[in-house]
Design a protein around this ligand. Structure first.
Ligand SMILES: NC(=O)c1ccc[n+]([C@@H]2O[C@H](COP(=O)([O-])OP(=O)(O)OC[C@H]3O[C@@H](n4cnc5c(N)ncnc54)[C@H](OP(=O)(O)O)[C@@H]3O)[C@@H](O)[C@H]2O)c1
Length: 207
């Protein structure tokens, strides 16, 4: 499987790239700057290219740019993306009066991205901390992935299972990205309040 991680020079994209490379996935990380992509890629042992070049001829594109740039980047890359599935990992946050809130009152970044690109859009991994991805071992949590296309969702769930010791869970249609993106504010609050690095785990699966 070939995966392009757009904005893969950032902490989260690098974490995904490193883990999937170990699992045998062919990875290209993308950047707005080709030299920066190649430099970071060399450290990770993957390929590096501009975002536009990176998304060519791959099976999945992970949109891992800074969340405020996710929609504009999807719009810019749409002609190069064609019908390739896109995984959106972004969530908006709003910091106000010392507290953290979901950045949106309606919809989700992933649904906005889906309105711009031709291929199926998936959303997931919002609760995985980049700092933990950079450490050794599987993360002791679940990954949740939503989307409207069953085949591409299964591919992303399979990729997610390379990241965690918990379950890769189908979280329903793409509209549920509103909840997945919203939970990030809860996690950031919990991390601050309890001085922890919290993750998500669902109970009730029977073992
Ligand atoms: N950090 C986490 O723990 C975490 C956890 C779960 C999900 N996420 C999500 O993962 C995504 C990446 O997170 P991150 O912490 O890695 O972000 P980041 O380091 O702030 O940004 C990632 C990359 O985005 C690119 N970028 C920055 N501004 C841009 C712009 N205006 N237009 C296009 N590209 C731009 C940069 O790449 P170049 O300068 O090389 O182009 C940068 O290396 C976000 O959507 C975030 O919500 C993060």
């Amino acid at each position: 499987m070939k995966v392009a991680v757009v904005g893969g020079t950032g902490a989260f994209g690098r974490g995904l790239a490193a883990r999937w490379r170990e699992a045998g996935v062919e990875i290209t990380i993308g950047s707005r700057d080709a030299a920066r992509a190649r430099e970071r890629a060399a450290v990770l042992g993957v390929s590096g290219a501009t975002n536009r070049e990176a998304v060519r001829d791959v099976d999945l594109v992970v949109l891992a740019v800074q969340s405020s740039a996710a929609i504009d980047t999807a719009r810019e890359l749409a002609p190069s993306l064609g019908a390739t599935p896109v995984l959106c990992v972004a969530s908006d946050l709003r910091f106000e009066h010392g507290a953290v809130f979901p950045g949106r009152s309606a919809g989700s970044i992933a649904e906005d991205v889906a309105a711009l690109v031709a291929g199926p859009v998936l959303s997931g991994f919002q609760a995985l901390p980049a700092a933990q991805l950079a450490q050794a071992g599987l993360l002791d949590e679940d990954v949740l992935v939503c989307g409207d296309d069953a085949d591409s969702k299964q591919n992303v769930l399979d990729l997610g299972q390379h990241l965690v010791s918990g379950r890769a869970i189908d979280a329903g249609p793409l509209a549920n990205s509103r909840a997945l993106e919203g939970i990030t504010a809860v996690i950031v609050h919990v991390n601050r309040k309890y001085q922890v690095v919290a993750g998500l785990k669902l109970t009730g699966f029977g073992d």
